[in-house]
Structures are given as C-alpha cells and as structure tokens.
Design a protein around this ligand. Structure first.
Ligand code: DGL
Length: 299
C-alpha cells in the first residue's frame, strides 16, 4: 500500500499543432467523462509536418512546461502524429515521471484487416519521413510475416493547414479543401476491394479525421478508413488507472478548457462543431513566450 493516497485531482493535458487533436480529445472525453482536460492547439505554429524536427521538439517542450506550470498534470496526450514521431522520446527522457501517450498511424490494425494487402497511409511529411515511422512499418511487417503488405504512403502537403483554415470559413465553402483531398487520394492509386486495389486507408494525422466524409466519398463505401482516437483514449485510461490517478466517477462531466496560439474564432468554431463545447471554454494564449500563461484553472 502506498504511504499516501494517490492524488486523483488534476488534469490530463492534450496538445496538437492545432485543432486536429480535438478528434483525440473527443474520444478521451467519451472514454473518461469525469476527467478534467486542458487542450493546447498550437495553431500559431502549425503546420508541424512542414517544420524542422528541432522546431517541433522546441514547441513540444514549451507546451509541456506551460501545462506543468498549471498544477497537477496526470498525463500528457501528444495528440499529433508528427509531434509523436519527432519529439516523444525526447519528452519522455526529459520528464521521466510524467506519462506521455502518443499517437501513431494505425498500420497494425490495417494489416490485420486488409484483404488486398495494399494499404494507403496519409500523413504529414514530418511523420512519414521520420525514423519512428520507418521502425513502425518494419516492425508491423516483421510481426505479420510471412503475410506481407504494401503501404502506399502519401505525404499530404498542405492538407492539415487547409483543414485548420477551413474551420473559420463557411461550411459550404469547401471546394478548395475537397480538391486538395482528391489530389492526395488520387496520388495513391485505385481504391476498392479488387486485387491490386487499396482496400484500407490509414489517417496518419489527427487533422484528417475532420475530412473523413470527403475522403469517404473519394475512396468509396467499401474501403476501411482507420484512425486512432479511440485506441489512444483507451490506452490513456489504462495508464492513469495503473497509476491510481483515475477520478471517481460521480456522473459529473469533467471540465474542459481549450487554449490556442492561433485564431480564437477558429478554435471556438471547431470546439462547438466537434466537441459540443461552448465558446467560453476557449481562450487565446497571450504571445509572451513566458511561463505566466494562465491555462488550466483549479480543481
Ligand atoms: N495533427 C497533426 C498530426 O497528427 C499535425 C499536422 C501538422 O501540423 O502538420 O500529424
């Protein structure tokens, strides 16, 4: 028995280069409705996928420090494939007592499901060129051997940023975004269930979940589209309960506060549309770069 009771107060920090990680936050709130979440959308510095590794690592450290400055952080969910690929090892080494949960493209589930043995993977340039992605690809193939599979990867230049920018526009004004999706999907080849076609599509960027309807129209109804939000939420839940940090379930919905370094209007629109969270939960990070950003709040 521990000498003192574990402290179940505090919050789970979640961050992404922008609004993409809201797709993960959605799943986290569904899995752990009683928990308190603080979300950081680093939209002012997006898109991470087209930045240098050093830049992304520096932002991840800055955001982690900002979250830690607000009190008891139970765990941090890096709700960004690019930041996970580039920075999670560094974060874990720098904060050995803080659990970090990352996201990575769902190659393993895809390989378990594909019949044609051709899987499309959409991600950012940063994710797909990373050593971590290459290691994941090789280990998934090694585990499945002698079954094999071709991963058709597509670095979707501009797509995460276009999704960010779309949030502030009207919902009917989507042509440019649809054209960009079509360009990336068509670059991967033919989708369908026939031999040689791609029958499974992995969304290797948390932003892409928000254009899933557009992608569905492009690839057709038979293709499996895989994202990782639910699996990450379950893993986070397991981890905090392992550390006895889970809040008792009182049926009360836990608080959520969202912060952005970009456009407050865009965050409010996204939070309302996708999380059903009202505008007063959304805040702008003052661009001081110092540690006095008043995020979080008390328990
Ligand atoms: N949402 C992010 C990801 O999962 C990052 C997109 C970007 O900023 O380029 O990779």
């Amino acid at each position: 028995m521990p000498a003192t009771e574990p402290d179940t107060s505090g919050f789970i920090g979640v961050f992404d280069s922008g609004i993409g990680g809201l797709s993960v936050l959605q799943a986290l709130r569904a899995e752990m409705p009683q928990e308190r979440f603080v979300y950081w959308a680093d939209s002012g510095y997006a898109a991470y996928g087209e930045r240098s590794d050093a830049f992304v690592i520096e932002r991840c450290h800055f955001i982690t420090q900002q979250l830690l400055a607000q009190g008891h952080v139970k765990a941090i969910v890096v709700a960004c494939n690019t930041a996970t690929a580039v920075a999670i090892e560094d974060l874990r080494a720098s904060y050995p007592h803080l659990p970090f949960i990352g996201v990575e493209p769902a190659l393993k589930p895809a390989l378990a499901q594909t019949q044609t043995l051709r899987v499309g993977v959409m991600g950012t340039h940063g994710t797909l060129r990373s050593l971590r992605f290459e290691k994941l690809r090789q280990s998934v193939l090694a585990d499945a051997s002698p079954k094999t599979c071709e991963f058709v990867v597509q670095a979707c230049k501009g797509l995460a940023l276009a999704i960010e920018q779309q949030t502030e526009k009207t919902l009917s004004d989507t042509q440019a975004l649809e054209d960009l999706c079509a360009h990336h999907v068509q670059s991967m080849g033919h989708f369908g269930l026939a031999p040689g076609q791609i029958d499974t599509l992995v969304l290797g960027c948390t932003h892409y979940v928000f254009v899933q309807d557009v992608l569905r129209k492009l690839v057709g109804p038979a293709v499996n589209i895989l994202s990782t939000g639910e699996a990450v939420a379950k893993q986070t839940q397991r981890l905090i309960s392992e550390f006895s940090l889970t809040k008792p379930n009182t049926n009360a919905q836990g608080d959520v506060q969202l912060w952005t370094t970009g456009s407050l209007q865009a965050l409010q629109a996204a939070a309302t549309r996708w999380l059903n969270v009202s505008a007063e939960h959304c805040h702008l990070v003052t661009p001081t770069g110092s540690n006095d950003v008043p995020i979080g709040g008390s328990d």
